[in-house]
Design a protein around this ligand. Structure first.
Ligand code: ZN
Length: 444
């Protein structure tokens, strides 16, 4: 099957957590509310109503564009995307067509390969634009109900270039994107509530580096795992069709997570012509470069990951876990600074990281309680120096082979000897001290 290469791109919709909706003053927090109770003539699409863009939503969309390395447009506008669907009473969705807020971005992040090496990955972002969410159809037995509470909630759409050739890389990128957007505070990206929705487009090529002349979109998936499953299912399906001498149809499909299969929803023949045109009710936007530059971003997760590794000596796996959640990394940094001021323990950052990641002390504790327990567990143990010297000498005497290997340059062997000494000392010694003393002894 090696002659086939998957070609995968992504569209991701993210609901912003503004107080009010995109173009009216209805609350944007629609989830769980009684159907059709947070609506008004604007978000219901009544004739003659004037939409007014939500400034916070525009700023967050631009911040997302900046965080994904996009060029931010000085000129931008909203367009009408015309189509008929029961969840869209006004017959068009306000979106952005040819002047999106952000274009040509790039996201760089590290990824652990199956062999354990850390690789740099880059994903090209085509565009980041803003639109309004639609209502929600609720299918019940033989009838369909519509709830307009979600109509007009601000939505950011992120489109990637078709740069992925496997579902693992897609999943890792989506996790990074999820962390980036959450760190901006722009959205909860809560998959279960549909505030982050994923649409992979998939095709398979026999000539690596060339784009196939068809693609299949799988709509509205709400978990990273399901995206991976849907992609794997589609790639297999396409290859089987090619093997039979057929070409997969250009179409839109859905994903049934219970059966773990995709199913056809719309084929090319029914494809839409959206007849975009600028929304005449909303004036075009012109931004000052200084105000775009002035929208500052917090430290991005990948930058924080690198800083934790470089400045604190934390290993990748621990740094990765700490930097997936800004609350957890903030907790870590505060605790570390308190440990540093309240104790004379040096170079303890990687050990504090390990305490948090391995849940040796609960992060549910207040900072001060955590710090007190951490200092206790980090403090050097009271050591019987005479016994320690005896044990070190004994371990060196009893383990000639590892000692020989260490002296020949296999430096990792020292940890075996440290472990032997620590066992004899029943933990009543500081492993770093033991390591230093062993090293000194073995130079002689
Ligand atoms: Zn409204």
């Amino acid at each position: 099957m090696n002659k086939y290469t998957p070609v995968i791109g992504l569209e991701i919709h993210v609901e912003l957590k503004t107080n009010s909706k995109m173009f009216c003053s209805c609350p944007a927090n629609w989830f769980g509310k009684t159907p059709n109770t947070v609506t008004c003539p604007i978000c219901l699409g009544m004739p003659g109503m004037l939409p007014v863009p939500n400034k916070m939503a525009v700023e967050w969309a631009i911040k997302i564009g900046k965080a994904l390395g996009c060029t931010i447009a000085i000129h931008s506008k909203f367009d009408r995307k015309n189509y008929f669907y029961p969840d869209l009473p006004k017959g068009y969705q306000i979106s952005q067509y040819d002047e999106p807020f952000g274009q040509n971005g790039i996201v760089t992040f590290s990824q652990k390969s199956k062999s354990g090496t850390i690789e740099k990955k880059q994903v090209l972002i085509t565009r980041v634009h803003m639109e309004e969410d639609t209502g929600k159809l609720i299918h019940k037995d033989n009838e369909t109900l519509v709830d307009f509470n979600r109509s007009g909630v601000p939505l950011v759409e992120i489109v990637t270039e078709p740069v992925f050739d496997n579902s693992d890389d897609v999943k890792r990128f989506l996790e990074e994107l999820h962390t980036i957007i959450r760190s901006l505070g722009a959205s909860d990206c809560d998959m279960e509530k549909g505030s982050m929705r994923l649409e992979p487009n998939i095709s398979v090529t026999t000539k690596k580096g060339t784009l196939p002349n068809y693609k299949v979109e799988v709509k509205n998936i709400n978990s990273f795992r399901y995206v991976k499953q849907a992609i794997d299912y589609e790639v297999k399906r396409h290859i089987e069709l090619f093997e039979k001498g057929e070409t997969p149809a250009q179409e839109t499909r859905g994903y049934n997570e219970k059966k773990q299969v995709t199913f056809s929803q719309r084929t090319k023949e029914q494809a839409h012509d959206y007849r975009y045109f600028p929304d005449p009710d909303i004036p075009p936007m012109v931004f000052e470069q200084t105000s775009i530059d002035g929208l500052s971003l917090p430290e991005m997760p990948e930058a924080k990951l690198q800083r934790f590794m470089n400045d604190f000596g934390i290993k990748y796996d621990d740094a990765f876990i700490l930097t997936r959640d800004a609350n957890l990394s903030d907790y870590f940094e505060l605790v570390v600074s308190k440990v540093a001021t309240q104790s004379k323990i040096e170079n303890m950052e990687s050990r504090v990281a390990s305490i948090i990641v391995n849940k040796k002390i609960s992060v549910e504790l207040s900072h001060d309680e955590f710090v007190a327990q951490a200092i206790q567990s980090l403090a050097p143990k009271h050591t019987d120096e005479k016994k320690l010297q005896e044990e070190i000498e004994k371990v060196i005497r009893d383990n000639p082979k590892p000692v020989e290997e260490y002296k020949k340059g296999k430096s990792a062997t020292i940890m075996f000897l440290v472990g032997m000494v620590m066992r004899q000392m029943k933990g009543e010694a500081d492993a770093t001290v033991v390591k230093k003393q062993l090293e000194r002894k073995l130079i002689d």
